[in-house]
Structure formats: structure tokens, C-alpha cells
Design a protein around this ligand. Structure first.
Ligand code: MG
Length: 289
């Protein structure tokens, strides 16, 4: 075809990239935390991950500064990049004790810097677990304070080329932040591109709907997803009667989510078998969504 014919053809229905086509082409980017794949060392684990098409690696944040070179070397030449960094800091952001808050500020910023060096999507954090005391009271002043502190932290993360990612849990673990929409709203009010939110299919039991939860955050705020069996937080698929992620995946596709879905879970049997079956299951459900 000549140039004019090509230009005309590109305007015909079905020739241009329609939203439906883009949705169907969006890949599921699976990531593993360090303990998920079988293997004696990081190299063996990454070999296994590559062999089943896993493209993300989520290390823990503790000691990350001293591991940057090790992780960079291990990932060199592989089709795997660092996804998010899972917490690993000391103290907590809503601590009443200034020394504990200061410990959070210092250790969190050290992890954020390392995360930036590794090209990570962000460092996961919870503002306060129920067990962390003394904690600032759950009121409007505390929420305002949290947003101000997150703004500063988010701008720092942005300057490092990464983000901080708020992880909502459920009321039994962290009453302060329980829903994906709430985490996204706090990220919005923190008013920094360096503050984002995530959803964890295991913790999302208080959500009325996985689809609605992810849609409420949208592409602007949703930066990471954790996944586990909804039955007992072991490998996805170990409880087929409840391990259905299609509604959540449908939302991820519709918002054009291009970050990672990362395994944070235990394992109830032979690891290599269950991990492989879980990846197959998620790929099938992604295709169905
Ligand atoms: Mg999680």
C-alpha cells in the first residue's frame, strides 16, 4: 500500500489500536518475593523464575543498601527487574515517640535511596500496625499530619527516582488504613507523585469487590499488587473454590495497569509444583479477565 492508502487504512474501524485491543495485549507481569521460588541461592531462584516467565523480583528492604550490587549483578542479563521493595524499615511514621519516628525517617530513607538505585517501582509501607504503640490517635489531625509527612517522604522518593507505596491491610492488623480506596485517597491528599497505593488480594477481604477496589485507585495511584491464596495465604490455587482473581484482573486491565502482581504467600506442598501451577492459573485468569 502507498502512504495515502496506509493513512486511510489506519482510520478504518479495527485498524487503529482500540481500547479493547490494548486491553487484550496488556501483559500480566508476575513478580516473586525472595522466598517464593525454589533454589539454594538467589541465582538459582532467578533461574527458576525466568524458566516460568516471572519478570519481577521483590526483595525485602532490610539491609537493602548493602545488597544493591549483589542484586544488580544477579539480575544482569536477565529478563527480570526489581518490582517493589517490601518494607524493612524500623520505627513507624505515626509513632508518638519522636525517637521512634526518627528511626523510621532514617531507615526508610536509606531503603528508598537503595530502591532508586535498583530502579524499583517503590517501597511498601504501612503507617501503623495495631501492635505498634504508642501511636498517634486515629483522628483528623493525625490524618493531616500523615499526609504532610508523606508529602516530604514522597518528594524525597521522587528525587531518588522511585516512590513510597501505601499498603492497606484490614482492621485486625492495621485499623488505620483498610481499603485500597482509602490508601489511594491518602496518596492523593499527600499531593506528591512519589506517594502511591497498592492492593493485596489477601488483605482485601474487607473490600466489597476486588474490581471496585482497584478501579477506585486507578492507574494514577495503583503502583503494586500482592497476591496469595484467598483461603489461607499460601500459593494461589491451593484453594480453587476461592482463588478467583478474575474480577480484580479485569479492573487492572481496564485501567491499563502496567506494574507488577507479586507473590507474597506461603506454600502448602512441593514448592516447584505449586509455584508453577500458580503461575499457570494466574496467566489463565488474566486471559479470561
Ligand atoms: Mg502484602
Amino acid at each position: 500500500m502507498g502512504t495515502a492508502a496506509l493513512a486511510a487504512a489506519s482510520m478504518l474501524p479495527g485498524c487503529a489500536s482500540s481500547p479493547k485491543k490494548l486491553k487484550d495485549e496488556l501483559p500480566l507481569k508476575i513478580s516473586f518475593q525472595e522466598g517464593i521460588a525454589p533454589g539454594e541461592n538467589l541465582g538459582e531462584k532467578l533461574d527458576f523464575m525466568e524458566s516460568i516467565g516471572v519478570v519481577g523480583f521483590e526483595p525485602g528492604g532490610r539491609g537493602l543498601k548493602g545488597r544493591v550490587k549483589e542484586i544488580q549483578d544477579a539480575l544482569s542479563g536477565r529478563n527480570i527487574t526489581v518490582s517493589a521493595i517490601c518494607a524493612g524499615f524500623d520505627g513507624f511514621i505515626l509513632a508518638e515517640d519522636p525517637a521512634v519516628k526518627n528511626l523510621f525517617d532514617t531507615t526508610m530513607r536509606e531503603i528508598v535511596e537503595a530502591a532508586g538505585e535498583l530502579g524499583s517501582t517503590g517501597v511498601i509501607m504501612v503507617p501503623a500496625f495495631n501492635s505498634q504503640k504508642p501511636c498517634m490517635p486515629h483522628n483528623q489531625e493525625t490524618r493531616d499530619y500523615l499526609c504532610e509527612e508523606l508529602h516530604k517522604l514522597g518528594e524525597f522518593a521522587k528525587s531518588c527516582g522511585t516512590t513510597v507505596i501505601l499498603e492497606p491491610l484490614n482492621r485486625a492488623e492495621a485499623f488505620y488504613m483498610r481499603l485500597v480506596a482509602d490508601a489511594a485517597a491518602i496518596a492523593r491528599d499527600a499531593d506528591s507523585e512519589g506517594v502511591k497505593a497498592m492492593g493485596d488480594f489477601w488483605h482485601m477481604k474487607e473490600e466489597t469487590c476486588d474490581y471496585g477496589a482497584f478501579m477506585s485507585a486507578g492507574k494514577k495511584y495503583l503502583q503494586h499488587v500482592h497476591i496469595a491464596s484467598k483461603g489461607d495465604r499460601k500459593m494461589p490455587g491451593e484453594h480453587p473454590e476461592v482463588d478467583n482473581y478474575v474480577a480484580g484482573f479485569k479492573a487492572l486491565k481496564e485501567i491499563g495497569y502496567d506494574k507488577f502482581v507479586s507473590f507474597e504467600c506461603g506454600c502448602g506442598g512441593d514448592r516447584a509444583t505449586l509455584v508453577t501451577a500458580a503461575v499457570d492459573l494466574l496467566n489463565a485468569q488474566w486471559a479470561e479477565a
